[in-house]
Ligand binder design. Structure first.
Ligand SMILES: *Cc1c(COP(=O)(O)O)cnc(C)c1O
Length: 360
């Protein structure tokens, strides 16, 4: 039996969300972004579940791409940050990986490499994120250079939105303007701009490929709309068990720092999960939790292996009862908001000691 702290992963919900992304992508195709261990859900399991639907995958590192190839994934795999070491270029060739070339030093490395085969590449254009990419003004020269390299197959151009999650369209419109101008001039190349948030911006062009990540896992990419409002289904249910119950008397404090003190007799439970499992330590008293069909809240500081909850609303709770930390009843985005972060960080932060349990 053990500790019974688990991350249940609903692979049918994952596929449902991918189909929703594909519908929002319209004429474009959606490549499934499965970096960061499938946003914490398990890289291989996520990719296999999407294998029959996704025609392209995207990851952040060569190591992740190698794991996908070992798992039998045969689709093209985009390396969103390109290669980090020129020695990896030949691996890209042999494993049919598609690096996104974002800088002069990467381009030079390809020019100087002996490829030993065909290398498919994307070029990253910086339209305003100002993280990676060539300036739009350099695009013509960079495209021309890439096309001159023997063995290189230039697939297309990518850019990344800085503010697509925001109601304010100004920045996204500016980025789309720059990127659309390039798309008009290079109709023979493929273009890709949308992260998850881009799928929900009616006025944003979808170009040829979209790149949904977080939405596949059922968390919201938007500031103002919840996952449920966007029609997404929760994929991960983080679950633990109630391990102890006691009644706090007025004046009793609970947990490190004694940050919360009872003012009246309060039934309290201890749940077997903590920041050592990836539950956020910054979740304050009052963060929602689900037990037995009702919402309850955390009390005091989260410890490494456990946390305390207020059982006033669940008087019949007993040790051994299941507790949902996030999932279909408590959206991960709501926990994130309480903890001052975003669903992305919580999902990718579930630690290795929490077994992932998959259901179809
Ligand atoms: C992570 C990533 C995505 C997916 O972003 P989401 O907000 O999770 O949809 C898309 N494109 C690039 C370049 C990324 O790094």
């Amino acid at each position: 039996m053990g500790r019974q702290t688990r991350a249940y992963v609903d692979l049918e919900a994952l596929r449902y969300n991918f189909r929703l992304a594909q519908r929002h992508a319209g004429e474009a195709a959606a490549m499934a972004v499965v970096k960061a261990d499938g946003y914490g859900h398990g890289l291989e399991a996520v990719a296999r579940a999407l294998d029959s639907e996704a025609t392209r995958f995207a990851v952040a590192s060569l190591e992740e791409a190698e794991r996908l190839r070992s798992a039998g994934i045969e689709q093209p795999i985009v390396l969103l940050q390109g290669f980090h070491d020129p020695d990896d270029i030949r691996t890209c060739v042999s494993l049919a990986l598609e690096p996104v070339v974002h800088s002069e030093h990467q381009l030079v490395a390809i020019e100087q490499a002996s490829l030993g085969g065909s290398l498919a590449v994307w070029l990253k254009i910086n339209t305003g994120m100002n993280r990676l990419g060539f300036p739009p003004a350099d695009a013509d020269a960079v495209i021309a250079r890439a096309r001159l390299i023997e063995g290189v197959n230039l697939l297309g151009l990518m850019t990344h939105y800085a503010c697509a999650d925001d109601r304010d369209e100004t920045m996204t419109a500016h980025q789309n303007g720059l990127f659309s101008a390039l798309a008009r001039r290079y109709p023979d190349l493929m273009f890709s701009a949308s992260n998850s948030a881009g799928h929900f911006r009616e006025s944003s062009p979808r170009f040829d490929w979209t790149r949904p990540g977080i939405m596949l896992y059922g968390a919201t990419p938007m500031i103002a709309e919840s996952a449920a409002e966007l029609g997404l289904r929760a994929v991960m249910t983080l679950e633990a068990r109630l391990t102890a119950i006691r009644t706090l008397q007025p004046g009793d404090a609970v947990g490190y720092g004694s940050t919360w003190r009872a003012e009246q007799p309060t039934p309290m439970g201890i749940v077997s999960i903590g920041y050592g499992d990836g539950y956020p330590r910054h979740a304050p008293t009052g963060t929602p939790i689900w037990i037995d069909g009702v919402r309850i809240t955390t009390l005091g500081r989260v410890s490494m292996d456990m946390l305390a909850v207020n059982l006033t609303a669940a008087p019949h709770a007993r040790p051994g009862d299941k507790v949902e930390l996030w999932g279909a009843n408590v959206p991960v985005d709501e926990v994130a908001r309480h903890a001052g972060t975003i669903g992305y960080e919580l999902l990718t932060g579930v630690t290795a000691r929490v077994p992932r349990v998959y259901s179809e």
